[in-house]
Write a protein that binds this ligand. Structure first.
Ligand code: AMP
Length: 280
């Protein structure tokens, strides 16, 4: 009789049987940021492994009145991009395939979700954790890749995987940007030409604050004020939040101490953009 006392060993038999699979969960409208995640997934899967991409605009993570209906869904372009990027499996379920009408179980993280985007978007991370749990169960990946552009999401997924014993390695990917510094995002296409012109102010403000921190500024208030002033100078920008937080707990800090994260969310018209920078 084999006696197993560790969770890793308990799961070992299942994992050994199949090809290594690395998943990239997305909501589609694929851009260079997603393609970089797919590239990292291939590197993590190895030539014999399998890269899976999911495209699912998850109704549970949109607040009422948010952009769920108008979220871009360029199905054939996405399919072509996946094919061109060497994706092995594209999982593209309709909503009815993922959610029962009378569903009554969700997954929720209770600490890291309280700050930043969790404050402005109630229920958002519950939607994210629930759908990622379902994707992990349905596709049984060995690893999954998430972008640092959504730093809070990445932190919450790591916590969920740790706390609920998912046997999935979480791989973080650096933010991919346009030439002018704007983080690539499916939502950038909502921007009017005027808003698009002003949107790089997010990156510029964060870089300036990082420089100020490198030169010795330790006051969170001073760094946040600097970023707010720079962003407010863009006439179309309306700040949702600018916060300096501890990069592990995501709680606001008063004095800069590594690891710190400066994170922003800014509306341009109805379009909400986010960005962040890790401070020295
Ligand atoms: P989304 O389709 O916006 O839900 O994003 C799917 C995944 O791509 C998430 O893990 C995002 O963090 C990641 N992602 C989105 N934009 C970027 C970007 N500009 N650079 C790197 N990763 C990104």
């Amino acid at each position: 009789m084999k006696i197993v006392e560790t969770a890793a060993e308990a799961h070992g038999g299942i994992a050994a049987a199949k090809r290594r699979r690395v998943l990239v969960p997305t909501m589609g409208a694929l851009h260079r940021g997603h393609l970089e995640l797919i590239r990292l997934a291939r590197a993590a899967a190895g030539p014999e492994g399998e890269v899976a991409v999911s495209i699912f605009v998850n109704p549970l993570q949109f607040e009422p009145g948010a952009d769920f209906e108008r979220y871009p869904r360029p199905e054939s372009a996405d399919e072509e991009l996946c094919r061109g990027a060497g994706v092995d499996l594209l999982f593209r379920p309709p909503v009815s395939e993922i959610y029962f009408a009378d569903r009554s179980v969700t997954v929720e993280e209770h600490a890291l979700s309280q700050t930043l985007c969790g404050k402005s978007r109630p229920g958002h991370f519950r939607g994210v954790c629930t759908v990622v749990t379902k994707l992990f169960h349905l596709l049984e990946p060995d690893a999954a890749v998430f972008g640092e552009k959504d730093f809070q999401q990445l932190a919450i997924i790591r916590r969920m995987v740790r706390d609920l014993d998912f046997r999935v390695e979480i791989i973080g990917a650096p933010t991919v940007r346009e030439e002018d510094g704007l983080a690539c995002s499916s939502r950038n296409q909502y921007l009017t030409p005027e808003e698009r012109e002003q949107a790089p102010v997010l990156r510029a403000a964060l870089l300036e604050a990082a420089e100020r921190a490198r030169n010795g500024e330790r006051s969170a208030e001073a760094l946040v004020r600097l970023v707010r002033e720079r962003i407010s100078a863009a006439p179309r920008a309306r700040i949702d939040y600018v916060e300096l937080v501890n990069a592990s707990s995501l709680e606001a800090v008063v004095t800069l101490a590594p690891p710190s994260l400066l994170a922003v969310a800014v509306f341009f018209g109805k379009t909400r953009l986010i960005d962040n920078i890790q401070l020295p």
